[in-house]
Design a protein around this ligand. Structure first.
Ligand code: GLN
Length: 546
């Protein structure tokens, strides 16, 4: 195919309508027809990336293979497409301005006044087109964060208007996602908010080509006709997006609505293939027909907001389907775990996952939870901070190193079993300076982790500053906590496990970022399997008692 085609996804009426899922679903359908497709997210906030945001602000910070700290929508893109994204797939206003200001300081605009139009809009257009440059993709889908009419979205909307004009009608199209609310008092769906939103887009010079309407009820033919007429689109381009049981149903729903067909038609692309969704539908079938249920406790301090642990929750869905079990995730706030509450909170579970995190709040509860799992043979998975807590718990309660801690929580601890990495000691800036992205790890023979991956060397994604302190390695190993995954260049310990325990694994990296529908992460698959075995054993023991 000669030229890359561009699709822009904008949103109106309300935020949180699921632009990311619509973009990912359309990409999935186009990919399933053989088009090489990628998705990009433009975020209108001023942070250079979301790495410096608290999860309560914006949900989880997702990390790509090349070490970009990004919006959580990139996680959806990877989970749907099973293709890696990169730094170029997420751009914020902060990054755009940073780059323009650096160019100004270098003298690239010497003599000129630097302005939003054309300098900021040109930078945005460049960032959009970077992905289409090397012939890697037939189609680039760009999702514009925020809602049309927001002050901060204006430069993006103007950049889209210009690009659409420059590229021509066959090469670019705009999908506008809106809400069609249901007024229960009137018993009616209302189209006016969508009409206003389309009008707002028109005021910026952009005509929506396709309308995707989020709704709680089916759109009747009448409503579709009305939306088409007053929003100036063809009726086939009015696409219903009704609330789904699972986000993984959305590609099939969009297929049924013909979103891929109208997209291809508008972009003058051949519509002679049918999407091959075999693998996807196999997953869905297993996801919807579980043969058993397991209860897993997710122990963290951001549990009030589900988006904080998005990738972990999705990994459980993939791993559950693979095991044909329903994973019932119970959120347990680590701040409320202590000696008195622990039994009530944990004893009924089939496994616990101690979550990643930063700072001191809630860590003692995490340590108590680790201890419970260790002493009661409960399957345990510790991720990043969760792995560090497992090392601290073992040092305190098995090695009897009183006050053992991470220097992140207690800089003057007598036993810094987790310590700041050497490479981090000179770093003062907080943005983008952690150990990020994919690093190699060598796995020890005859370990749980080697069995899980079925290979000797892996590459997993990281996001941390602190690390297992090798000064304690011999002591920890002699007492039964083996280090079974090591970075071959630096010697950093990336995986720990317990010798006298059925399934106890801590990993310094984040396996959740790499789990996809087509390729569920083996570590989550194995953890869910261990939890299921634990559940079966408990059930059998109870039966025997009766
Ligand atoms: N706060 C810990 C560190 O920086 C763990 C980070 C995490 O869990 N992602 O090392």
């Amino acid at each position: 195919m000669a030229e890359t085609k561009y699709i822009f996804v904008t949103g109106g009426v309300s935020s949180s309508l699921g632009k990311g899922i619509i973009a990912a679903s359309l990409a999935k359908l186009l990919q399933a027809r053989g088009f090489k497709t990628t998705i990009q997210k433009l975020d209108p906030y001023i942070n250079v990336d979301p790495g410096t945001l608290n999860p309560y602000e914006h949900g989880e910070c997702y990390v790509t293979e090349d070490g970009a700290e990004t919006d959580l929508d990139l996680g959806h893109y990877e989970r749907f497409l099973n293709v890696n994204t990169s730094q170029a797939n997420n751009v914020t206003t902060g990054r755009i301005y940073q780059s323009v200001i650096e160019k100004e300081r270098r003298g690239e605009f010497l003599g000129k006044t630097v302005q939003v139009v054309p300098h900021i809009t040109n930078e945005i257009k460049e960032r959009i087109q970077i992905l289409g440059q090397n012939g890697d993709y037939d189609i680039v889908i760009t999702e514009i964060g925020g809602t049309v009419g927001d002050i901060e979205s204006l430069p993006y909307i103007e950049a889209v208007r210009q690009l659409k004009w420059e590229l021509g009608d066959d090469n670019a199209l705009v999908i506008h996602l809106t809400l069609v609310p249901y007024l229960s008092a009137a018993g009616e769906l209302k189209t006016k908010p969508t009409q206003h939103s389309v009008k707002t887009l028109m005021e910026s010079g952009i005509k929506a080509d396709i309308l995707v309407c989020r709704t709680e009820h089916e759109l009747s033919d009448d409503i579709r006709r009305k939306l088409a007429l007053f929003c100036n689109v063809r009726q086939e381009a009015v696409i219903q997006s009704i609330d789904a049981h699972t986000i993984y149903d959305v590609p099939n729903m969009m297929l049924k609505e013909g979103l891929d067909t109208v997209t291809l038609k508008k972009l003058a692309l051949p519509d002679d293939s049918t999407p091959n969704l075999d693998r996807w539908n196999q997953f869905l079938k297993k996801h919807k027909n579980p043969k058993a249920e397991v209860h897993i406790g997710l122990i963290g301090k951001y549990v009030e907001l589900q988006d904080s642990y998005k990738s972990i929750l999705e990994s459980f869905i993939h791993a559950g389907a693979e095991n044909e079990v329903f994973v019932n995730v119970e959120y347990i706030h680590s701040e409320f775990i202590n000696e008195n509450t622990i039994h009530n909170k944990i004893s009924h579970l089939d496994g616990i996952l101690v979550a990643p995190g930063f700072g001191e709040r809630g860590i003692e509860g995490k340590i108590d939870a680790v201890r419970y799992a260790r002493e009661n043979n409960l399957p345990f998975l510790g991720i990043c901070l969760g792995m560090q807590m497992a090392v601290i718990e073992f040092a305190r309660n098995v090695l009897q190193l009183k006050g053992a801690n991470s220097t992140e929580m207690d800089p003057s601890t007598k036993h810094p079993v987790i310590d700041l990495m050497e490479a981090q000691k000179k770093i003062t800036h907080k943005g983008g300076t952690m150990r990020l992205g994919a690093w190699d790890c060598k796995l020890k023979k005859k370990s749980i982790i080697r069995d899980v991956y079925q290979t000797d060397e892996i590459k997993e994604r990281h996001r941390h500053r602190y690390e297992y302190n090798n000064k304690y390695k011999e002591q920890l190993e002699n007492a039964g906590m083996s280090s079974t995954g090591i970075n071959p260049e630096t010697g950093l310990v990336e995986v720990i496990e317990l010798e006298d325990h059925p399934w106890f694994v801590g990993v310094q990296y984040h396996p959740e970022y790499k789990s996809t529908v087509a390729s569920p992460h083996p570590l989550f698959v194995a953890f869910v399997k261990a939890a299921n075995e634990h559940a079966q054993k408990n059930k059998n023991a109870k039966m025997a008692q009766k």
